[in-house]
Design a protein. Structure first.
Length: 492
């Protein structure tokens, strides 16, 4: 072969090799990326080619599939869609997928590699393919109690309930909500657009994705920090915190919310009982910004709450700022200033304290199951940290239980049950007097053996409620909600 022909042959060989490499790249590398792209039309069509697997609560599906016309053979349906939307998310032919529908899209649509044997069996038997199922940790009665209580108030808000022992999410409600069925079909994109433009933000998951100043519910963490770092050892000993409390380096004086409460120089326990701002401002200042932040971070602050092994939920970062002066540090002691938290984060703080200081990673999926009911993956509880010592946690429990029995958190009291709780009213806005305060409530309930099967955080934004500003209080608005959710779990 002459030289020009050899060059042409070599060139052709290189070209063929390049094409083969490109084909391999598309088949094995880009294919996986495309398969995970919910905006890819082929992926969307495949996702609705067969009945999707279901999302299960208490053994019963809260999702379904129904036949439809066009390229998409099946459409997603939802039972009690608005109530479960913060958990299920949506699976829409036109919009895509979100939350559990997105995180486990391959499993639900039957494309997960772990379902290969099921797919092969379907081909051999002629059975219609179907996706796998997600068994959640959600307690249906608790979820219903949370959602109903929020909707009865006609309030924007959120509820998160956790099992402190293992991190199971028992309830996660957000209002106002939306029904994912409303835009499940290809032609329903305009309905999604309407929801997206709604100023009340029904598509927003307030339990996980929105952050707010936690107000006085944060005092339980301030107390834990003071005890853990030895700033206070006796919760019954008087402090030297005057009332009203003058912020350091400032002319500003901070008063207390409960008129006539014995807050001047009150002990930590009395300060918790009556939510005395002066006690916790002074306590945070004495603990110092670094140790306050260190303790907050052990409870999950300044971290994105997500674990790749449990990958079923992701919460926005709750922030305890690094650069604080003395007045700002003091203000964090009562959950104000530049401190922000998701309802999930405050539920985690409460759960860790109820669990003797042990913080478990929250998760909403218990098991992944094949269409033949075989277990594909079982999720095991995972500890995040020992946020504080058991001794510190038990002292905070004592104060929280006293606050329910003899103080401002009495709305959460349940006959025959040991309940700990803390109220919160959080100012916000550029001028805090211009905006209605947020109402918070955190609590837990104990069993006879001293362990707690549930911890709850309630957040209420009363901006659009028909209620006087003076009536906005965490105990009044959030306490009954927390009680209803705890009773649902305790079956009272």
């Amino acid at each position: 072969m002459n030289r020009p022909l050899r060059h042409i042959a070599v060139f052709c060989g290189v070209l063929v090799l390049a094409l083969l490499v490109r084909a391999t790249w598309v088949q094995f590398v880009q294919a996986d990326e495309l398969a995970n792209d919910s905006n890819n039309r082929r992926v969307k069509i495949e996702a609705f080619s067969y009945p999707r697997g279901n999302i299960i609560v208490d053994g019963q599906p809260v999702t379904g599939s129904t036949t439809t016309s066009g390229d998409f053979k099946y459409k997603r349906t939802y039972k009690d869609g608005a109530m479960y939307a913060p958990i299920t998310g949506f699976a829409s032919q036109g919009i895509g997928v979100s939350f559990l529908e997105a995180n486990y899209n391959k499993l639900l649509s039957g494309k997960d590699d772990r379902l290969a044997l099921n797919r092969a069996k379907d081909i051999l038997t002629g059975e219609k393919p179907r996706g796998g199922d997600i068994l959640t940790t959600i307690n249906g009665k608790a979820q219903k109690a949370a959602y109903k209580a929020l909707t009865d108030l006609k309030a924007k808000g959120a509820v998160v309930a956790l099992d402190p022992r293992n991190g199971n999410v028992l309830a996660m409600a957000s209002t106002p909500s939306y029904d994912p069925s409303a835009f499940a079909a290809m032609g329903d994109a305009s309905k999604f657009a309407e929801l997206d433009k709604d100023k009340s933000k029904p598509l927003s998951n307030r339990a996980l994705r929105e952050t707010y100043p936690p107000g006085s519910t944060f005092k339980i963490l301030t107390a834990a920090a003071a005890l853990e770092h030895g700033v206070i050892s006796d919760i019954n000993a008087k402090t030297d915190a005057p009332a009203p409390y003058q912020l350091p380096l400032s002319t500003m004086k901070v008063g207390n919310d409960v008129k006539g409460a014995p807050c001047a120089n009150a002990s930590l326990k009395t300060g918790m009982q009556w939510s005395c701002n002066n006690v916790f401002l002074d306590t945070a200042l004495k603990v110092g910004k670094d140790k306050m932040r260190e303790t907050a971070e052990k409870f999950g602050f300044n971290s994105e709450i997500y674990d790749k092994d449990l990958g079923d939920l992701k919460a926005s970062k709750s922030l305890y700022p690094e650069k604080l002066d003395k007045p700002q540090t003091a203000m964090t002691g009562m959950g104000q200033g530049s401190l922000t938290s998701t309802p999930m984060q405050m539920a985690m703080v409460t759960a860790a304290l109820a669990n003797d200081g042990k913080l478990m990673m929250p998760h909403v999926v218990d098991e992944l199951r094949g269409p033949d009911l075989s277990t594909i993956q079982k999720f095991e509880p995972k500890q995040m940290s020992q946020a504080v010592s058991a001794d510190t946690a038990k002292k905070v429990q004592e104060m929280m239980e006293y606050t329910v029995n003899e103080g401002t958190a009495s709305k959460a009291k349940i006959d025959g049950v040991t309940v700990g709780g803390k109220t919160g009213t959080a100012q916000h806005g550029v001028d805090v007097n211009d905006e209605r305060p947020y109402a918070w409530f955190v609590s837990y309930a104990k069993q006879a053996d001293g362990t707690s099967p549930i911890a709850v955080a309630v957040f209420v934004d009363p901006k659009d409620m028909d209620i006087d500003r003076d009536e906005i209080a965490g105990g009044k608005l959030g306490g009954p909600i927390a009680k209803a959710v705890m009773e649902a779990v305790l079956k009272k």
